[in-house]
Write a protein that binds this ligand. Structure first.
Ligand code: HEC
Length: 183
């Protein structure tokens, strides 16, 4: 019987202990609560101009004026390149080719007879492509038509989030490799 009573008393105590109301009464916790920081919702921070969110809402197309101003939010680390390689092999290689020369299996420029059915595929490693900004390549991935380049399908709905910059980084790496460098 005695244990029952203790148990009941314990439960009442527990129920009274809503951490949100109790925590700041304990001196040590109160210090943490009253430190100098930005309280939730006190000061919404706007995105830095020229960046795009890597989660949540992201663009499905970019006009030329905006594309060239976009800042690449992913450093070209081995992790980024590995992911970019996967994205490239999944979505791009079939047209642009393993080395980015525009000679993938379904490209008309693949050098085989008969040539592949897809015309107008560009090299990603020639001097024209090398001069493109990261943001321009990003824009081509999501929606080439918005950049006035109607021949390439849009991939905004399949290549999402950081994958977009990772594949840009991978294209940059292909360009370096074509020049005899890269890693
Ligand atoms: C179905 C074939 C196809 C696939 C798949 C494809 N592309 Fe393209 N790509 C093209 C064609 C065609 C063009 C030329 C577009 C134009 O000029 O209208 C092009 C152009 C480009 C350009 C512009 C190069 C330049 O001229 O400066 C980039 C960058 C590019 N593609 C990147 C990619 C990436 C990255 C992927 C994968 C996410 C990809 N493409 C997937 C067909 C394709």
């Amino acid at each position: 019987m005695a244990e029952r009573r203790w148990l009941a008393a314990g439960l009442v105590l527990l129920a009274a202990c809503n951490p949100d109301t109790v925590v700041h009464k304990v001196g040590w916790f109160a210090t943490m609560r009253h430190q100098r920081n930005i309280k939730p919702y006190a000061m919404p921070l706007n995105p830095v101009p020229g960046t795009v969110p890597v989660t949540g809402a992201e663009p499905d197309s970019l006009p030329l004026a905006l594309a060239d101003k976009l800042v690449n939010s992913r450093t070209r680390t081995a992790e980024s390149l590995n992911r970019g390689q996967w994205v490239y092999q999944t979505y791009c290689e079939v047209c642009h080719g393993a080395g980015g020369k525009g000679d993938g299996p379904i490209s008309a420029t693949n050098g085989q007879t008969p040539p592949g059915p897809f015309v107008g595929v560009r090299s990603l490693v020639d001097s024209v492509a090398r001069r493109r900004s990261d943001g321009y390549i990003y824009g081509m991935v999501i929606n080439g038509a918005a950049l006035g380049r109607g021949l390439m399908p849009r991939y905004w709905d399949r290549v999402r989030g950081t994958d977009r910059w990772d594949v840009v980084n991978y294209v940059r790496n292909l360009q370096q490799q074509a020049q005899g460098g890269g890693r």
